[in-house]
Design a binder for this molecule. Structure first.
Ligand code: NAD
Length: 247
């Protein structure tokens, strides 16, 4: 433990599993007081059992009223880590209006709600770091069958840059991480649900020139940097952590 986030208060969304969980644990190990949120209280309770220092709170990141109630309890928020996301499979032809609305609600409207509630508290303290999880599949790169996912993840980059620009004079930074393919429970589900899981796994791995998937810890490690005072000159940027996918 290096205490790179000593005494910082960090809210992490989608912390029940995958990248959000790894980040909640990593932030806590670096000395932050972490409030881990997720819609799934079963995985949150498991996290609490394993890491009693981490506070957990069931929260649907698409429910603005619950978000306001939850966030308004804080006097200080140093780090907001927004990780909620859903992967829709298909081209524009397989994406109906409900799919479009669902993906935009979960992937980007959730970040709008979380940032809008947290910013007044960050402004009061004249300090804060917001970290949004986008994806390489966004305005950075198009990949087959990720139509609405890519559209939402590109929007996250726009949201990130707009917030960074509006609050740059208030010592509030906003950055995005764009992961390549990362080994997480939802990735495993995507492989299992494909027509040919063996081929799907091989194809996912082949997307990264490093010849492997990323780990949730490798994304969390980058998030520690963005949440810490080591990155105080860094805002409005998107950082690909992707095994060389965008070389
Ligand atoms: P995951 O899909 O394994 O877990 C997602 C978590 O989000 C779950 O715990 C789930 O309960 C929670 N969640 C879902 N809807 C919610 C809601 N409305 N409110 C609160 N919590 C909700 O996660 P992951 O694969 O680690 O992905 C995390 C983020 O990283 C996502 O935004 C994803 O798009 C992005 N990402 C993942 C990969 C990858 O390969 N895994 C690659 C690039 C980007």
């Amino acid at each position: 433990m290096a205490n790179r986030l000593k005494d910082k208060i960090a809210i992490v969304t989608a912390a029940g599993q995958g990248i959000g969980k790894a980040t909640a644990i990593a932030f806590s190990n670096e000395g932050a007081k972490v409030i881990a949120t997720d819609i799934n209280d079963k995985t949150l309770n498991e996290l609490k059992k394993e890491f009693p220092k981490i506070e957990v709170q069931k929260l649907d990141s698409t429910d603005n009223d619950s978000i306001k109630k939850f966030i308004n309890k804080f006097d200080k928020i140093d780090i907001l880590f927004n990780a909620v996301g859903f992967v829709h499979h298909g081209t524009i032809l397989e994406c109906d209006e409900n799919d479009w609305d669902f993906s935009f609600n979960v992937n980007i409207k959730s970040m709008y709600f979380m940032c809008k509630s947290a910013l007044p508290i960050m402004l009061k303290n004249n300090s804060g770091s917001i970290i949004n999880i986008s994806s390489v599949v966004s305005s950075i790169k198009g990949l087959p069958n990720r139509f609405v996912y890519g559209a939402t993840k590109a929007s996250i980059i726009g949201l990130t840059k707009s917030i960074a620009s509006d609050f740059v004079k208030n010592n509030i930074r906003c950055n995005a991480i764009a992961p390549g393919t990362v080994f997480t429970p939802s990735w495993e589900d995507r492989v299992r649900q494909s027509k040919d899981p063996v081929k799907a796994k091989k194809d996912f791995i082949a997307r990264q020139p490093m010849g492997r998937l990323g780990t949730a810890q490798e994304i969390a490690d980058f998030a520690i940097y963005l949440g810490s005072d080591e990155s105080t000159f860094t805002t409005g940027n998107v950082f690909s952590v992707d095994g060389g996918m965008t070389i």
